[in-house]
Ligand binder design. Structure first.
Ligand SMILES: Cc1cc2nc3c(=O)[nH]c(=O)nc-3n(C[C@H](O)[C@H](O)[C@H](O)COP(=O)(O)O)c2cc1C
Ligand code: SF4
Length: 687
């Protein structure tokens, strides 16, 4: 389809200092858990972005010195010349697709615990390190330290140019780098020319920009990433105050401004807490005070929103981290008029968990993310079918939908059978919870793709039995029947059913609450799952007017969401809604009027009023069909069925992203020879 002329403006070239970006799509820096430890995987992932049409493809934070050692987190590294060949893997791959390669040079200062290098962390003033309550302090930098840091930065810029980068970032954002720490009055208590007035606190940033330009400015563009607002009022930098003053002060110095809000959790806010384009109110002043091109972010997935940002003079470049992860081919799809095919980011921040768990990046929407090199998976290309198999997929949740989509793309005949009236399974149901509307995109993208496929038949309202399956005539059967939440409280903290959790009409599984079959009276939500659901159910019930107590054995609400940058916002939100929170307690009994809680440290018991209980503890796979067919191998063989495979939650309940991955993986690999090996190419250490 030809491109809609309304979007032409997105494909105009833009000059950035000495280089030219071929369009306005700018993949801003994002870490990925591969970085310096898995440079081939990293390069292949960036190459796919470049192939997908991003004019500029950036690295993640790249450490420039051993005193900025972010271990065990896996970022980029440019400590000395020996790192250059690994970064060159990326620049070469990106250049092959006509994109510019950008590098974000970072000295993390007090945020670097230096656990590997054992250097003492550096800061503007004597201050505790920011890393995980580490019992160490950062030391105030002397003038000699500042001179050394400027030298390291200059050297890193020269090395970056040698590695082939076209755009070189000076980084003062997210409260994660020395230049920003120097800007912040709460971190900079100096009385010399680097402390005090904004002019003084900005001195270091100014020097770094000037020196980077001096060192490489003839060949490379010098970009500044700056957080114009920390969303912490008078205590921080704000767009109405020093954020604006700083941009005004340095307006024409860099070749490009990449502006956002800080900290990282505010910048990469999930869809639960912020809508597309939410940063506009903070960054819109920037273009009025500089003639240099401006990049901004805000989970942009809609081409109309993008055009509006450009036309209204808010931004020159559409910056994107998550939208480029969910769909590396987003620009190409707009360019080719394939708007319907865009796989929109749902704003869940599962991609961020790669950083916090120090493992390769994963994405709920894009199961190929992080698998480009080690599995050779491409988000848009898949090998054609290898035989004449026909497929019956039972269950149209995230696993079944993705499996059908990909098998359909491979050219197989597929019947996708769903017992319910609606497609999407848990995605459809969970997306009705407060703030999760965007999660329905997991379903919508896939259903939309399936509707275009001739050879995929979708049957709704068809509850199938094992007999139906045997009679159906498909050569391969895929079971994707999902799971259901337990009502008996069994989970991490309780290996056996909790006494009283069988009281009729008083204990409600999460599935009941999602479906609107609600508890009454004072309600205890017992969250032993620790992801988003417990808190969301508490929120829903509280919004319905109930008195709600959330009890968790963890030390905070939704503990695992620290990995998705949401924990703070979730707990704050519940407290503001008036949900009572009890942490470090297990629920051990319910008598119909009170729940007995047990302190996880002392074992001491206390009681809270409870008319109803909602246990969010663990799930039971819906595996009856699998068990029945497993018990009848002769009947399966006689029916001409070559394999019966369970995927997703019906095999082992997990995240929506894991279900999508399971569906994708089956469709790619069902015809691979069986092997005991890892199933992917391992990236081994080299010296
Ligand atoms: C997985 C992930 C890793 C990120 N890592 C970095 C990073 O290394 N450096 C940086 O400046 N910003 C980083 N960010 C922030 C993004 O560059 C971006 O500013 C933010 O996600 C908002 O843009 P988006 O809505 O397009 O995702 C990261 C974001 C994500 C989602
Ligand atoms: S993991 Fe979630 S937030 Fe991250 S890119 Fe994918 S869909 Fe978007």
């Amino acid at each position: 389809m030809p491109r809609d002329p309304r979007y032409d403006i997105l494909f105009e070239p833009v000059k950035i200092g000495p280089v030219v970006a071929k369009n306005r799509f700018f993949q801003v820096p994002h870490c990925n858990g591969m970085g310096h430890a898995k440079p081939r995987s990293h390069a292949a992932m960036r190459a796919v972005k470049a192939e997908g049409g991003w004019a500029v493809v950036s690295t993640e934070e790249v450490e420039i010195h051993p005193s900025s050692d972010l271990s065990p987190y896996v970022e980029g590294r440019l400590w000395d010349d020996s790192d250059i060949p690994f970064l060159e893997l990326m620049t070469r791959a990106v250049h092959q697709h006509g994109a510019l390669a950008a590098i974000e040079l970072v000295h993390a200062g007090m945020n670097a615990a230096n656990l590997y290098s054992r250097e003492i962390p550096l800061a503007p003033s004597h201050i505790t390190t920011a890393a995980n309550y580490s019992p160490s302090q950062a030391r105030a930098m002397s003038k000699a330290d500042i001179r050394a840091y400027r030298r390291w930065h200059r050297q890193a810029a020269v090395r970056a140019r040698r590695a082939g980068f076209d755009v070189i970032y000076v980084y003062a954002a997210h409260s994660l780098s020395l230049p920003m720490h120097f800007l912040q009055t709460r971190h900079n208590h100096r009385s010399d020319e680097y402390g005090g007035s904004l002019v003084n606190r900005a001195r270091l940033l100014r020097e770094l920009i000037e020196e980077t330009k001096e060192a490489v400015g003839g060949d490379c563009a010098v970009a500044v990433r700056f957080a114009v607002d920390e969303l912490r009022g008078a205590d921080g930098i704000s767009a109405a105050g020093e954020g604006r003053e700083l941009v005004e002060m340095l307006a024409e110095l860099p070749d490009l401004w990449d502006v956002n809000v800080s900290d990282w959790a505010n910048d990469s806010m999930t869809s639960r807490f912020a809508a597309e384009g939410f940063q506009e109110e903070f960054v819109r002043f920037v273009k009025s005070v500089t003639s240099k091109p401006v990049v901004g972010v805000g989970r942009f997935t809609s081409p109309d929103t993008m055009v509006s940002q450009i036309r209204r003079g808010v931004l020159d470049f559409i910056g994107a981290a998550r939208p480029s992860i969910a769909d590396p081919f987003l620009p190409r799809k707009i360019e080719n008029g394939d708007i319907d095919d865009i796989r929109e980011c749902i704003g869940c921040n599962v991609c961020v968990t790669g950083d916090s768990t120090m493992t390769p990046i994963r994405c709920t929407q894009n199961p190929t993310m992080g698998e480009e090199w080690r599995k050779g998976w491409h988000p848009e290309r898949i090998p054609p079918r290898s035989g004449n198999d026909s497929f019956l997929i039972v269950g149209a949740g995230p696993a079944g939908l993705e499996c059908a989509r990909l098998l359909g793309r491979r050219g197989y005949a597929v019947h996708l059978v769903e017992a319910g009236a609606q497609l999407g399974g848990r995605v459809t149901r969970e997306s009705r919870l407060p703030g999760l509307t965007a999660w329905a995109r997991v379903r919508d993208y896939r259903v939309n793709q399936l509707n275009k496929m001739q050879d995929v038949v979708i049957l709704r309202g068809s509850a199938v039995t094992a007999e139906h399956i045997l009679e159906f005539g498909a050569t391969r059967v895929v079971l994707a029947t999902g799971s259901r939440w337990r009502r008996d409280g069994v989970g991490r903290a309780n290996a056996f059913a909790i006494r009283g959790f069988d009281l009729p009409g008083r204990v409600f599984a999460p599935d009941d609450v999602i479906d609107g079959v609600g508890p009454q009276g004072a309600t205890v939500v017992f969250d032993d799952d620790h992801y988003y659901l417990g808190a969301l159910l508490a929120e829903k019930l509280r919004a319905g007017g109930l008195e709600v107590t959330l009890v968790t054995p963890a030390d905070r609400v939704s503990a695992w969401t620290a990995n998705t940058l949401e924990q703070h916002a979730i707990q704050k939100h519940l407290l503001e809604l008036g949900v009572t929170i009890v942490t470090n307690h297990n629920v051990v009994e319910f008598d119909g009027t009170r729940a007995t809680l047990e302190c996880t440290f002392t074992g001491r018991h206390t009681r809270v009023s409870a008319f109803s209980i909602v246990p969010v503890t663990s799930r039971q796979p819906n595996d009856t069909l699998a068990e029945t067919l497993d018990a009848a191998p002769d009947a399966v063989a006689a029916a001409g069925i070559a394999s019966v495979t369970s995927i997703g939650d019906c095999l082992a309940p997990s995240t929506i992203g894991a279900a999508v991955y399971a569906g994708h993986r089956y469709a790619r690999e069902f015809d691979w020879p069986q092997s005991d090996a890892a199933g992917f190419t391992r990236e081994l250490p080299q010296n």
